[in-house]
Design a protein around this ligand. Sequence first.
Ligand SMILES: NC(=O)c1ccc[n+]([C@@H]2O[C@H](COP(=O)([O-])OP(=O)(O)OC[C@H]3O[C@@H](n4cnc5c(N)ncnc54)[C@H](OP(=O)(O)O)[C@@H]3O)[C@@H](O)[C@H]2O)c1
Ligand SMILES: O=CCCC(=O)C(=O)O
Length: 498
Amino acid sequence: MKTPLNCQNYINGQWLNAATETTLNSHNPANKSEIVATFPRSQADDTDRAVTAARQAYGSWRKVPAPARAEYIFRVGELLLQHKEELAQLISREMGKPITEARGDVQEGVDCAFYSAGEGRRLFGQTTPSEMPNKFAMTVRMPIGVCALITPWNFPVAIPCWKAMPALVCGNTVILKPAEDTPACATKLIEIFAAAGLPPGVINLVHGVGEEAGKALVEHPNIDLVSFTGSSATGAYVGETCGRTHKRVCLEMGGKNAQVVMEDADLELALDGALWGAFGTTGQRCTATSRLILHRDIKEKFTTMLRERTSQLRLGAGTEPETDIGPIINNRQLQRVHEYMNIAREEGAKILIGGEIVTEGQLKQGYFFQPTILDNVTPQMRVAREEIFGPVVALIEVSTFEEAIAILNDTKYGLSSSVYTRDINRAFVAMRDIEVGITYINGPTIGAEVHLPFGGVKQTGNGHREAGTTALDVFTEWKSVYVDFSGSLQRAQIDNRS
Ligand SMILES: NC(=O)c1ccc[n+]([C@@H]2O[C@H](COP(=O)([O-])OP(=O)(O)OC[C@H]3O[C@@H](n4cnc5c(N)ncnc54)[C@H](OP(=O)(O)O)[C@@H]3O)[C@@H](O)[C@H]2O)c1
Ligand SMILES: O=CCCC(=O)C(=O)O
């Protein structure tokens, strides 16, 4: 076993313990007796110190030209690439995902760095004709100020990058509060930002518990914006608090994503999509496929194919190269997934394969759950409506394409979706009628690219998008600027419609 990493907060360019000197530990979910890191249990004093540093730094950072700000982020991208393997190994150890997926997590950060850095030379505004002679009119993007970034454990590098990189290029300063399950990943990431030479206070890291450090940030009067990714329950609290305290807020929350497989689909292709959409990252992606809506003509055949492939999946530590499915993040989440098996049975669903916590061999040292297929699921069952966030997929049979789309839409969430069909007309109807933020045609519900908007509708989000140029709308305000070059004040210029 490796020696636990000693993680600290990063405030105003300094690595610090919590003011109370209290600490917590993170564990390897594939081997719960292994402590991966010790990290500060920060309280309001620590967050306050970080907010003060970020506020102080904001005064000068917002005046650094955007292309120069972007060059720091470009350097972060280069450093992330240099440290990709080291970071990926750490993600696998602390979060549990297979090493290939962990490399993908870091690569998303790299892609985001290079993409966001490019935005530093764009950040376009508009020019528009004025109603008046001798007047020039334009719009410019302005930074918002001090941003709190609150992130989950499932993409411990990519999601902080999605937030911090555009925020910084836009001229904001930031404070990251990462998930308490993945403090080491966050620490290594911030070490890389620090190594890129960002001035003190521009990026800060405050570890701790959501209910303490996270809450202190959300409530803090000197925070201007909260960008949150996590559960809908916590997001509701963040949204309410930001409303009450007049902060900008960007929420990215849960999902109950569906893949439709029509009778004319390429079944082998759809099978790969279903397998990795449902069980990749142990089902712990906001974009994971948790409902498979199957046309009755192919349901039996497809179910047999899926069951066969599922039975071949290899569970193990993410750091083992042959592992397909890693552990669940922690015991609380493991028990929650298990509890849904009782709910499924009580509601009349049938567990086709899986359904149990793994208690044999080496795997009993970790939080492993068998990849699970639930059959005979109807759209009203809780397992078809609630986000389980584990390796569980529910099969729902339909008779028509219209029924498939209606069931896909019959959820309070709206993040990702997928339709497998060879019919171009159906594909376009799906693109038009599915109520989500992301639709894939003949591809799984997972696999977002950083230059497209990422986020969802309904209770998945609050109207914002991460990534793409849309991230700039989160992290900037518009200012309209009128330049009068007439040299004299005229009545008509003040009240130009009279
Ligand atoms: N739509 C998306 O883009 C997206 C992407 C990834 C994940 N997700 C969603 O995230 C969820 C899984 O992540 P999770 O279990 O980590 O979610 P979570 O429990 O809501 O936690 C998310 C973050 O919020 C913090 N937090 C908890 N309570 C807080 C409070 N009262 N005030 C401020 N911060 C608080 C957590 O800290 P602690 O870790 O200390 O509790 C963590 O840093 C799933 O629902 C998934 O769908 C959504
Ligand atoms: O869990 C959130 C990120 C998922 C992602 O990048 C994807 O699967 O598209």
